[in-house]
Design a protein around this ligand. Structure first.
Ligand SMILES: NC(=O)c1ccc[n+]([C@@H]2O[C@H](COP(=O)([O-])OP(=O)(O)OC[C@H]3O[C@@H](n4cnc5c(N)ncnc54)[C@H](OP(=O)(O)O)[C@@H]3O)[C@@H](O)[C@H]2O)c1
Length: 336
């Protein structure tokens, strides 16, 4: 059995992760952390776990986390995460980090977009990006996997194969994406209050969203040339689910059928990517680790649509997929 700890266990991604780990035959959950000193049963924070997990939330020193766990899932916000993760790695733990801290390879790019100096810049250049469909072999051998952001997961899975195969141009890519409100986490913020968010659709962080350099970093690897996407995220009044619509220039004249065929071949062996002919819908993927993708040739553009659950393929499902790869378990364990 692999002993697993969760940092930031009171949050949304941690709740989803706990639901998955309880189904995993090779995991024993041994520590759940919080900043609070009250030692509440975890079911007080996540009532859906009542009767299923008899553990308390603890404000544990990191040495104690390392003593209790082989693998740590870091569900903390950025900056707080790297400060903890670096110590846990030094203590011999393997880590799947949900935060943005180890996704970017360049400390200067991180400082520019996140507004803080990275607490552990030394590890950034070599960290493995945890998108199994694109970086599976590197994930297997890694002690630190940077779980991707939810928007980058949806956009990159849609675009990377088409860039790799020279079907779309790396120039002029536009990504318009919508996320359910759980994408912003459990910590309350004014714009997430029900009267603000309900019956409302709004774009935010236009041209400034922190997932932009992450999308460009990964797409640039697959395009073998630097991309500079225009990415506009929107908040949509749903609990969970994400739809990304990307627009790109075709490199040559190409039909809808050929684009779908290219995507189907690329993902033929992938257990969690479904290339579909219909328009993907968040309702088809919520509570699952699937990413549904389709494409159309429309006028002078190729339009690629992808749907995921931001808390599953966009966070906790991907983390379990990465964990399975790191420890040599079948990749779909606890996920299908
Ligand atoms: N939500 C998504 O769809 C999604 C998708 C992909 C990636 N992520 C990333 O996953 C991480 C967790 O996201 P989430 O949605 O679960 O967030 P969340 O619901 O806000 O939970 C984060 C937890 O971390 C703890 N925390 C908050 N600030 C902290 C600090 N400064 N130092 C230490 N602990 C702190 C809090 O627990 P206590 O108050 O109990 O200490 C909180 O419950 C974030 O880095 C996020 O960007 C989220």
């Amino acid at each position: 059995m692999i002993r697993a700890a969760i940092l930031g266990a009171t949050g949304y991604t941690a709740r989803e992760l706990l639901n998955l780990l309880l189904r995993h035959p090779e995991i024993e959950i041994t520590a759940l952390t919080t900043r609070q000193d009250t030692r509440l049963p975890v079911a007080e924070s996540h009532p859906s776990l009542r009767g299923r997990l008899d553990l308390v939330l603890e404000n544990l020193p990191l040495e104690e986390v390392a003593a209790r766990a082989d693998c740590v899932f870091g569900c903390l916000p950025h900056a707080a995460s790297a400060a903890a993760v670096s110590e846990l790695l030094d203590a011999g733990c393997r880590v799947v980090d949900f935060s943005a801290d180890y996704r970017l390879n360049d400390p200067q790019v991180y400082a520019k977009w996140y507004g803080v100096e990275h607490p552990d810049p030394r590890r950034m250049p070599e960290t493995v990006y945890g998108l199994p469909e694109l970086f599976r072999e590197s994930i297997r051998d890694s002690d630190l996997v940077a779980n991707p952001g939810c928007y980058p997961t949806a956009a990159v899975l849609a675009l990377a194969p088409l860039l790799k195969q020279g079907i779309i141009s790396p120039k002029g890519i536009v990504i318009d994406a919508k996320s359910g409100i759980s994408g912003a986490g459990r910590t309350p913020k004014p714009n997430l209050h029900f009267p603000e968010a309900n019956e409302n659709l709004t774009a935010y962080n236009i041209g400034q969203h922190r997932h932009t350099p992450e999308i460009d970093q990964v797409l640039s690897v697959w395009a073998e040339v630097e991309t500079a996407v225009v990415f506009t995220p929107h908040l949509i009044p749903m609990d969970r689910g994400m739809l990304s619509t990307a627009y790109a220039e075709p490199v040559r004249d190409i039909t809808t059928e050929s684009v779908l065929q290219a995507l189907s071949v690329f993902y033929a062996k992938e257990p969690f990517v479904r290339v579909v002919e219909h328009s993907p819908s968040t309702k088809d993927v919520v509570q699952t680790n699937f990413c549904d993708i389709t494409a159309r040739r429309v006028g002078g553009k190729v339009v690629v649509l992808s749907a995921i659950d931001n808390l599953m393929k966009g966070a906790s499902g991907a983390a379990v997929q990465n964990f399975n790869l790191m420890y040599g378990f079948p990749e779909t364990t606890a996920l299908l």
